[in-house]
Design a protein. Structure first.
Length: 434
């Protein structure tokens, strides 16, 4: 039976995503009512600048007092698309205290304080949904915490930031340098005026923390995620990758240890074989590769950002939360029963591509090989050539290793830098996905 009293929604934030959420709620009101089993009504919109014209939104709904909106007593669900830590954290907590379930797209807050927010939601018997916080429109959070709830996830590897993927894709396909590709991304609106959160990996690291917590049923905070940006990736790195049959992507990689007693979470640029499904992800798209014990390998692909894709994920959560309200039930909350420790980056085992500038004279290769051997890092291949800039007394030496712990590789690189014959370590890149 259809309930006639509408479920009332408070929209906290009305930027690119919030305005698209409001538009879809209005234009698809009849469909949403049919899917939910009750009308859903936009009852208030909290903003910072009330004078701004917001097409399709009744000015009478707009307020600058988000707290008063949540406390007025008739709100059923709050949609938080403000972003950042405060005031979003306080507003979500206030919503729970007043019996309001929450749909959020706030990756930074969930990565930092997800455990506390989940605890508050559970304390008050309410929902906290956040599909839009990771990978935009791609259904990923719900499949991992519901569809795969009976399985054991061992590894998650993915491209979770569209800006960096656009930049790296342009560098790969056109031969552009980093700055040139970044300028194009900025001109097209893929990169912010200050792209630091994207290109230095902070955005991807927040998403990695959220996914690791879901995948491994353990609490992983942003500070637990090892992070490297991609600003140092060069055209020379792409040339080396192509010679290996690889390309370069900024990856979020989450792994359960072989003994099942710990997990690792990391974000960094890496070379991956062109045969890997993630290698073909182009432009600003996202893709996440999930490896589960029973289900095997699953890949989730689609637009990872933007107003409409993110709003799609928000509205999907809104429908689920509204249905739960009508059923007087809640959906899945935090699952952190394993309480596995997060191992440091030094414990991660993978392959490496190291490019060295060395003196062009006999014995250098033997000296470099000895240094690798002394630190327990086995060499797979070596390629030596003269410097392309014509420097006559120097050569470029590229070493690709077998799998080794990151700590051993770090020790090797430190020792290499002390050799008189090594002029510099031009680049270090991990090799993944093999």
């Amino acid at each position: 039976m259809m309930r006639t009293r509408p479920l009332k929604v408070a929209l906290l934030g009305c930027g690119v995503v919030g305005s698209e959420v409001a538009r879809i709620m209005t234009t698809h009101a009849d469909d949403l009512t049919a899917r939910i089993g009750a009308p859903v009504e936009l009852a208030g919109v909290a903003v910072r600048r009330p004078s701004k014209v917001r097409e399709g939104i009744d000015p009478a709904l707009v307020t600058t007092d988000a707290t008063a909106l949540l406390k007025r007593g008739d709100i059923d669900i709050a949609i938080e698309v403000i972003g950042g830590i405060e005031p979003a954290r306080t507003l979500i907590t206030t919503a729970f205290e007043h019996g309001i379930s929450v749909v959020s797209a706030n990756k930074a807050l969930l990565a930092q304080d997800g455990a506390a927010l989940h605890a508050a939601a559970e304390q008050h018997g309410l929902d906290l949904y956040y599909e839009a916080a990771v990978a935009g429109a791609i259904p990923l959070v719900r499949p991992m915490r519901e569809s795969l709830a009976g399985d054991k996830i061992n590894r998650v590897m993915g491209i979770v930031n569209g800006t960096t993927n656009f930049i790296l894709d342009k560098m790969d396909s056109t031969g552009a340098g980093y700055q040139e590709a970044l300028d194009e991304a900025t001109a097209l609106g893929y990169a912010e005026a200050d792209p630091t959160a994207d290109v230095e990996g902070y955005d991807a690291a927040a998403k990695a923390a959220i996914l690791a917590g879901i995948a491994f049923h353990t609490r992983v905070r942003l500070d637990d995620v090892y992070r490297e940006g991609m600003t140092e990736v060069s055209a020379a790195d792409f040339a080396s990758a192509k010679r290996m049959g690889c390309t370069i992507k900024l990856l979020a990689i989450l792994e359960r240890a072989a003994d099942g007693e710990s997990v690792t979470a990391r974000v960094h640029p890496a070379m991956i074989p062109l045969t890997h499904p993630l290698a073909s992800v182009r432009e600003a798209y996202n893709a996440v590769f999930v490896e589960a014990e029973a289900a095997g390998r699953l890949m989730f692909y689609g637009p990872g950002a933007g107003g409409s894709p993110t709003a799609s994920a928000v509205l999907g959560d809104l429908v689920a939360v509204c249905r739960n309200k009508l059923a007087e039930a809640t959906g899945p909350g935090e699952s952190a029963y394993t309480q596995l420790p997060v191992s440091p980056m030094g414990d991660v085992v993978t392959r490496y591509h190291i490019s060295l500038d060395v003196a062009d004279k006999p014995g250098v290769l033997a000296q470099v090989a000895t240094t690798f051997a002394e630190h327990g890092v086995s060499i797979d291949t070596v390629r030596q050539q003269g410097r392309p800039d014509g420097v006559g007394n120097e050569a470029s030496l590229v070493v690709v290793t077998h799998r080794a712990p990151d700590a051993a590789l770090s020790g090797t690189v430190e020792a290499l830098r002390k050799l008189d014959t090594v002029r510099g370590v031009a680049s270090i890149m991990r090799v993944e996905g093999e």
